[in-house]
Design a protein around this ligand. Structure first.
Ligand SMILES: Cc1cc2nc3c(=O)[nH]c(=O)nc-3n(C[C@H](O)[C@H](O)[C@H](O)COP(=O)(O)OP(=O)(O)OC[C@H]3O[C@@H](n4cnc5c(N)ncnc54)[C@H](O)[C@@H]3O)c2cc1C
Length: 428
């Protein structure tokens, strides 16, 4: 195999989704020399390639802010491009109230590019992780497959934000199993549909929308009983979140099949929407997301496994590095209704630093949808707001660890928390 350049970095972030990009930016702003490796030619992961198109849950039900820091900066920058709507409350397909910021995925690509460039991160795009070499508990190098051949990166600290934790898998980390009766959350092929007459579409009552959703599901046109949409800020289009693909997205064959089936489900749903949903009569399916959005695959076995009980209590952690208020939201793999239970008015929970530390390794961290949490707890903390907050914490910690030869457990948690607060993050 052709051998490309060998690179050295303080921090290698593997995966440039929202968690990885925030981790890379935070680490670079704190003085680390950072390489951000991403398999696509753009950043954002589910947020751009998956076209999720709305950042949910910035605050508690009574309006107390629990996610800020770099995540807020992303939204400010989106607004500067005109690529996001105002923060507002909406009613979810479950009937629950939620807050969100809708954004244009294409503009988010630009915003993430800007943040990475300004922070001095070295992006390595079109770079697929090939393998990782570790010695005992220490990650030594990662190899990436690129157009220049195999690029070797020797980092002091590895931050795995690939969602699927491909790097930690190669490095020999342990992973958490699903409990009896649990299944991985399904993937979804988002699709763009328009034009939508939003005046009429948004005038539908929750009861009318629920009846149309139920009818579409029972007729086999909708893979789940929902007509959930995020509005594109630049047009009269919306990104619909309807399809259901019960797969393990780390299985290459299953992932390929899901892409094909996802497009079929999206097409059927779009036809139903056009025929049956008021305000959508003139619309057409205009685009599929670049890839199916993946909610859940590997979760690392970390120094602490965050549980649903800890979120619901909520436990106050001495090493809390981020907070959140998104409820536990489990999409059943086979379609049908969500498991979703709203939290109390002022209820926020915390995420401890130890859930970012893979138990089996000394110089690695994780952020985003692969953190050490039970299936149920991940169903809450996986949203992009919280993923960005955890990414910021992981990057800040990685920069601190890189100054101490990469030992992530030698990071002073008090200093980490203080730095995060100074950088505008909410920890409770
Ligand atoms: C359909 C769907 C709807 C959702 N709805 C919402 C919502 O409404 N609001 C909300 O806030 N959240 C929502 N979420 C959750 C949220 O989008 C994700 O949990 C979040 O984006 C996870 O971010 P991440 O950075 O951890 O992972 P990802 O977005 O998965 O990013 C991982 C990155 O790593 C890269 N990568 C993966 N493997 C490799 C490799 N081997 N080599 C190199 N690069 C690699 C990927 O290309 C990607 O860029 C939704 C998720 C899905 C799937």
């Amino acid at each position: 195999m052709k051998t490309g350049p060998s690179l050295v970095a303080d921090v290698l972030v593997c995966g440039g989704g929202v968690a990885g990009t925030m981790a890379a930016v935070a680490a670079a702003r704190h003085g680390a020399d950072v390489i951000l490796a991403e398999r696509y030619g753009f950043l954002g992961g589910n947020a751009t390639a998956g076209a999720v198109a709305q950042f949910n849950s910035w605050q508690t039900a009574n309006g107390r802010r629990v996610v800020a820091g770099l995540a807020s900066e992303v939204v400010e920058r989106l607004h500067a491009y005109g690529g996001a709507a105002a923060h507002h409350q909406f009613v979810m397909s479950t009937g629950h109230k939620m807050d969100r910021v809708e954004y244009a995925p294409e503009v988010l690509k630009l915003v993430l590019d800007d943040m990475v460039a300004e922070a001095g991160v070295r992006p390595l795009l079109h770079a697929n992780l090939l393998d990782v070499r570790s010695e005992g508990r220490v990650v030594r190098e990662a190899r990436l497959l690129t157009k220049s051949g195999v690029v070797t990166v020797t980092p002091r600290v590895l931050v795995d934000c690939s969602g699927d934790l491909d790097a930690l898998k190669q490095a020999g980390a342990g992973f958490l199993e699903l409990e009896e009766g649990e299944a991985l959350q399904p993937a979804t092929m988002m699709f763009r549909f328009g034009p939508v007459n939003f005046e009429r579409f948004e005038a539908l009552s929750a009861t009318e929308l629920a009846a149309l959703s139920r009818q579409g599901f029972e007729q086999g046109a909708l893979a789940r009983a929902a007509l959930h949409a995020a509005r594109d800020p630049f047009s009269d289009d919306a990104w619909f979140n309807i399809s259901r693909l019960g797969i393990d997205a780390t299985d290459a064959t299953a992932l390929g099949r899901a892409e094909i089936e996802g497009r079929r489900q999206a097409w059927r749903a779009a036809e139903y929407i056009r025929r049956q949903v008021p305000g959508c009569e003139d619309g057409r399916l205009r685009a599929f997301a670049t890839q199916v959005g993946v909610r859940e695959t590997r979760r690392v076995a970390g120094d602490h496994v965050l549980t649903a009980e800890e979120l619901l209590q909520p436990v106050q952690f001495e090493d809390a590095i981020a907070a959140g208020a998104y409820p536990i939201d489990i999409h059943p793999a086979a379609g049908g209704d969500l498991v979703y239970s709203a939290l109390g008015d002022d209820h926020a929970y915390q995420i401890p630093y130890r859930s970012l530390v893979p138990a089996a390794l000394d110089n690695a961290l994780v952020a985003g949808r692969g953190v050490s949490a039970t299936h149920q707890a991940l169903a809450a903390i996986r949203v992009m707001t919280i993923s960005m907050a955890v990414g910021q914490a992981a990057g800040t910690a990685a920069a601190m660890a890189a100054r101490a030869d990469g030992a992530v457990r030698s990071v002073s948690v008090d200093q980490l928390r203080e730095t995060l607060r100074t950088d505008g993050a909410c920890l409770a």
